[in-house]
Design a protein around this ligand. Sequence first.
Ligand code: GCW
Length: 714
Amino acid sequence: MLRLIIIALSVFGLAAPAQAEDGYELWLRYPPMERAIAKPYRDAMQRIILPGEPSETLSLAISELERGATGMLDRTPSIDEDAKGRGNIWLVSGSDNVPADTGIDLTDLAEDGYVIRTVTIGKTSGIVIASKSDVGVLYGTFHLLRLMQTRADITELNVSESPSVDVRIMNHWDNLDRYVERGYSGQSIWDWHKLPDYIDPRYEDYARAQASIGINGVSLINVNSDAMVLTPMYLEKTAALADVFRPYGIKVYQTARFSAPMEIGGLETADPADPAVQQWWAEKADEIYQYIPDFGGFLVKANSEGQPGPQDYGRNHVDGANMLADALAPHGGIVMWRAFVYSEHDDEDRAKQAYTQFVPLDGQFRDNVLVQVKNGAIDFQPREPFHPMFGAMPETPLMMEFQVTKEYLGFATHLVYLAPLYEEVLEADTYAEGEGSTVASVVDGSLQGQSLTGVAGVGNVGSDRNWSGSHFDQANWYAFGRMAWDLHADSEAIADDWVRMTFSNDPAFVTPVVDMMMGSREAAVNYMTPLGLAHLMATGHHYGPGPWVCDLGRPEWNPCYYHKADENGIGFDRTETGSDAISQYAEPLHDLYGDIDTVPENLLLWFHHVPWDHEMKSGATLWEELTRHYTLGVEQVADMRATWAGLEGLIDDGRYAQIAAFLGIQEKEAQWWRDSSIAYFQSISGLPLPDGLAPPEKDVEYYKAISHPFAPGN
Ligand code: GCW
């Protein structure tokens, strides 16, 4: 019946009615295309040409094309050995199979890169999707479908794509009991208890979504790891997931708890210099590869936040990482050794500690080790300068770690599109090898000649029906994949694609929503931590403001440590007169950041302790400017909400309503952030509010008393 209505409506040139949608389909919905524009797309989708038996991966490419064509065009292409006439889609895997006379040359492509080209071969014509590998064909297929979903012209295609980095991995911080650390989208999607016998169909849908954005690796459990995951019972479960992911080109990785030889191996020590420990890991690796022949390797958090590591035995990160690397090397596995380290026994500025520990080790890691570095030196804040390790270890491949889940950016309810943050970091110039030494060029290996490269994202995928806890958080998953594939991708173009695929191609919807997304990160910076402030979230769960927290055991557990507000001013002095963290940045950044007059204002309080009456570029004082930023943040969210209210009826009611409600939560919480922060900082500065600025609703004691012991994700 519904189908009849759709057909009837399309005959009259009307759009299909809004259908109930719950977000499960992500950006792969393939709704019917407007009849008026469908013709060239229908013409292009007559038959899929594939000589011989398709592999499992090529079968997935075929079924994806069928799914897209059926959904969007109400046409199922036939599958043929030979091309005929027009409308052929050749799926070509392997250089030797490229049809003659097309001029297509795959030589310079990465193994999983692809070309999509409009061709004429003799009397036939159509589109060739060609790659050296099956998975490259699958990626190319998703690309072609994206072009159709976003209504791009597909009549003259000449696309050539190779990924920027080798390893494009989502890190799950999922515990074996299904609780997700910093997860705001339900439980872990890995139902360990029922594995390996029950394979939730969701695993395959997950793999398909990941492949559609080029993700080729998944680490399954929390970096605060559990050694049990390396026992035979869990290896069997992991192998079952690996079997689901394999056809989608996705390798499985596991986190390795450094003390595993003691916890599950019965050894007295986990000292990497001990031959028995080395032997244990080598045998463990052999065992893992018996279960999972293409196992990717280990992700390790060691000597950080209480996790065990080589320093427990007087060894260093190289000793630990190389031991594991040696165990994996015979099987082709890699180690991703995290640089997110700071110690409760170290008084050095937390922002300096990773650099201090790692940079002297440059050049000593094995070839199959990637050092995984968070984008900033503290911790996934709304804004941080790029991590100073980027560029500072020319002999070591550094892998980027972004956070996709929004631990410090309002959890699942705030609409904050993260791609502009990723882009800002990737395009930042480290000056490591002179001007133009961008973080992206460090990560992709082009600047300093690394061959093994990677990008990781701490995922936001959980058991919620909509996967990510909110519809707009799907955009962060999507954008993470697209940017890991292309470190130079444009965040706005990605938002545009995502909005079209996820919601609608109607310009009356697309334009305002993309604008809203593009401004959303700066709005969050404004209402949470403007002008270079950081880590002022309530302690523990990080939900809401807590700038007044000053009394916890270790200095760096307290927001006070990060803002250092006193009656004279606010901000962390990281110049020579303070922690001298600026010395970790190359010239001219060292001088630029070190000088209060040249440091970018959006990083001012990250690097300087600034008098309240300091004159800002606008002519206003720092105090005035700070209060204005907080206020602006709330106004920006109110604008987003108003924009959304104007879009009612342009998409399905279900998603519309949930987003409207979440924006309401965001506005309320932005106001809370603004009011409580202004009230608190005013209690320190003792200054009057600038003229015309609304006073906080309540006094500072009211905000201090708010407590949320059960905030999620802690
Ligand atoms: O962002 C912080 C989180 C911790 C996390 C840690 C890390 C997994 O607050 O929950 O632990 O970083 O990255 O290791």
